[in-house]
Design a protein around this ligand. Structure first.
Ligand code: 4NP
Length: 169
């Protein structure tokens, strides 16, 4: 984020995958819950989107929302949308689930974007730098693994943003 962060300013985070019905809405729901639990809902805004437009307007895949629900996360308010170049004017962190999502976002990125565009798990300690694997064509275990990765990445991301908010940078 460029310049210093005023205490009225929000940090805006966008999670991106292919369909916006499995991985990125899981990150959206989990990170939003952590933000709320830490009393930071007025300082951090969370959203998610897909690089494809295949599922625009759809609820999250029930396999994702049910797995998240078993861990206490609510994804019922999330509807799929497609990422667009305007998102680079809105969001400070645009975080891709895998390398293909990241490459697609890099192709869309305007030259003047000065936020953070990276793999989401660059903020993870247990899965640092890995991709979140697409669970769509697999079994239930894949959705649990996504949640394990997303929870760890979210803790790291929240720590990073808390430091940013405290330092005003
Ligand atoms: P996501 O998973 O990118 O994590 O939302 C997928 C959802 C849908 C499809 C592929 C991946 N699809 O082929 O429709």
């Amino acid at each position: 984020m460029a310049g210093s962060l005023k205490n009225t300013q929000k940090v805006r985070v966008l999670f991106v995958c292919l369909g916006n019905i499995c991985r990125s809405p899981t990150a959206h729901g989990v990170f939003e819950a952590m933000v709320e639990k830490n009393g930071l809902s007025d300082r951090i805004e969370v959203d998610s989107a897909g690089t494809s437009g295949w599922h625009i307007g759809a609820r999250s895949d029930p396999r994702s929302s049910e797995a998240a629900g078993r861990r206490g996360y609510d994804m019922s308010h999330i509807r799929a949308r497609q990422v667009d170049s305007e998102d680079f004017s809105t969001f400070d962190y645009i975080l891709a689930m895998d390398d293909q999502n990241l490459a697609d976002l890099q192709a869309l990125k305007p030259d003047d974007f000065n936020g953070c565009l990276d793999l989401f798990l660059s903020f993870s300690s247990d899965y640092a730098g890995q991709a979140v694997p697409d669970p769509y064509y697999g079994g239930e275990q894949g959705f649990e693994h996504v949640l394990d990765m997303v929870e760890d990445g979210s803790r790291g991301l929240l720590f990073r943003i808390q430091c940013q908010l405290e330092s005003g940078q």
